[in-house]
Design a protein around this ligand. Structure first.
Ligand code: ADP
Ligand code: 5GP
Length: 192
């Protein structure tokens, strides 16, 4: 990662289905200084996802080749698929001076923590596991097997929430977005 950091690096993690994507979309639509770090993944596209917007969709072979070429800042395997942050597009956003949001899992967050002390880490929590299950089912994009895998991992992931700088409960979406907006404003003031 380049030494010259002009903007914030905001790492957002939380169990699958907690609302990370929804929150990120809201934040991005309200604040033009924010940019989303588009991850690469070997998982299949779901719903209306678009290549280059939601993810860079790679085959498993392409992903493994990119690992081999040292193209990732971090990567992890989740639910049988690979996910990772490509260094090149992240660097382009950093050079533009954007405040960048990374929606990555706890393993990826751990790797970013090792790579830089500049990032701010936010963990999104559900108000209950039952609500989380309802959201995973209600999203209507995953197979029963995928939902089971995602839900089974949730408790383990939530145990890592305390390693993050901030914990935000996504009960009411608007409240969660406002809370994160306040965190971003606070961190921006620290940069000056
Ligand atoms: P993640 O990116 O963490 O896997 P999503 O953003 O895809 O989660 O959200 C999972 C589902 O929960 C979606 O159907 C979304 O519309 C819904 N959702 C997100 N936040 C809330 C909220 N605060 N209240 C109710 N439903 C929500
Ligand atoms: P989904 O399949 O629901 O889009 O994402 C599954 C999980 O992968 C989520 O926890 C999400 O945060 C994580 N994820 C998405 N992109 C990345 C990435 O680039 N790196 C890592 N480590 N995890 C990611």
């Amino acid at each position: 990662m380049s030494a010259k950091a002009k903007g914030l690096l905001l790492v957002i993690s939380g169990p699958s289905g907690v609302g990370k994507g929804t929150i990120c979309r809201e934040l991005l639509s309200r604040d033009s200084r924010l940019a989303f770090s588009v991850s690469a993944t070997s998982r299949p596209k779901r719903g209306s996802e678009k290549d280059g917007v939601d993810y860079y969709f790679l085959t498993k072979e392409q992903f493994l080749q990119a690992i081999e070429n040292d193209e990732f800042l971090e990567y992890a395997e989740n639910f049988g698929n690979y996910y990772g942050t490509l260094k090149a597009p992240l660097e382009t956003l950093r050079q533009k001076g954007s405040d960048i949001i990374l929606d990555i899992d706890i393993q990826g967050a751990h790797q970013v923590r090792q790579a830089t002390d500049e990032a701010v880490f936010i963990f999104i929590l559900p108000s209950s596991l039952e609500i989380l299950k309802q959201r995973l089912i209600g999203r209507g994009t995953d197979s029963d097997e995928s939902i089971k895998l995602r839900y089974a991992l949730a408790e383990q992931e939530i145990a890592h929430a305390k390693e993050y700088d901030y914990q935000v409960i996504n009960d009411n979406l608007e409240d969660a977005v406002k809370e994160i907006t306040a965190i971003i404003e606070k961190q921006r003031r620290k940069l000056f």
